[in-house]
Design a protein around this ligand. Structure first.
Ligand SMILES: Nc1ncnc2c1ncn2[C@@H]1O[C@H](COP(=O)(O)OP(=O)(O)O)[C@@H](O)[C@H]1O
Ligand SMILES: [Mg+2]
Length: 148
């Protein structure tokens, strides 16, 4: 499944507002072709993070896919949580997404486009969240957020 290879970065997020700020910093780095995989339990902050990228984003856990206009492109925001078995029609659609940004919550099925992705793992602590970042743009996302 998902590979945690290469450099890994960690950010501490104290509250919802800070998570939105982290999302907006990542959003400023995004460009066509980027793929973000968001892992972590229910309520860990994945959709909140996406709201930092797209202000009006809402959870795609029922719709499976929400599309948004973003800069000069589009964002495809998926959530596989409710997908019990692989949906190959959907995966083919995903593979055909060109020149857009793809964000997937619960990336529990392995799809070829996931090979070149950035993985963000959201972890719940009693009084904060942590996000572990690795893959393609991990360093860039981390640096963008660290600059404040
Ligand atoms: N540090 C934090 N970062 C993000 N969300 C937080 C934080 N602390 C509390 N929360 C709350 O946790 C919930 C996260 O929900 P959501 O983003 O929908 O999670 P997910 O998409 O991972 O299921 C929200 O209700 C948010 O207000
Ligand atoms: Mg969610």
């Amino acid at each position: 499944m998902l590979k945690f290879e290469g450099e890994t970065f960690k950010v501490l997020i104290k509250d919802e507002k800070e998570m939105i700020k982290f999302g907006s910093k990542v959003g400023s780095c995004l460009e066509k072709g980027d793929v973000l995989l968001l892992e972590g339990k229910l309520g860990s902050g994945k959709t909140t993070f996406v709201r930092g990228i797209i202000k009006d984003a809402f959870s795609p856990s029922f719709t499976l896919l929400n599309k948004y206009n973003f800069k000069d492109t589009q964002i495809y925001h998926f959530d596989f949580y409710r997908l019990e078995k692989p949906d190959y029609d959907l995966f083919i659609e995903l593979e055909e997404v060109e020149d857009a940004v793809v964000i997937v919550e619960w990336p529990k099925f392995d799809i070829p486009i996931f090979e070149k992705s950035t993985i963000l793992k959201f972890i719940i602590f009693e009084d904060h969240r942590e996000v572990i970042i690795c893959g393609e743009k991990a360093r860039e996302f981390y640096q963008s957020y660290s600059k404040k």
